[in-house]
Unconditional design. Sequence first.
Length: 195
Amino acid sequence: MGRVAYEPTWRAMQAFTAQRTPETPDELWLLEHPPVFTQGQAGKPEHLIAATGIPVIPIDRGGQITYHGPGQGVVYVLVDLRRRGYGIRELVARLEQAVIDLLAAQGVTAKRLTGAPGVYVDGAKIAALGLRVKHGCTYHGLALNVDMDLSPFAAINPCGYAGMRVTQCRDLGVVGSSQELGRVLIQNLLDTIYC
């Protein structure tokens, strides 16, 4: 989808989910956003720790505050869990595994951290994850830091964790644009979500 504004994309996800029928095919949306902070439903204002000119949008996913910006591959996961036959925790694990597999293929060891959804390399977050489930169907998804300006993360406690370090593919020697790595991630997601 290229680089698209956050709020209209969020509204489109909501509309897609509201209009779904049992026959509606699942969709994965690959895109980037202009700079924006998104604040999840449980988000606490104190996790925005420095003023910036970047807008903060309160949204309906779980989790705290995160940053989206150019050079970050975002995949929105519009999946009917009832058809898949597993729940949200299993979907989260499968999403994380798709990122772990992408990085492993590039020689980077990544892992999950207990109690902190997302994917981490040497304790630094490389992929954030947040979902909303409505009537058994998901929207929102995951964001992989590929080749971006990481400085806006210094203005927040990423995902509510003070001092949480962030990293990106470029700094780990992984070559490719957010669109290129995003396409690989989409294939990994197809392999993990639908297996």
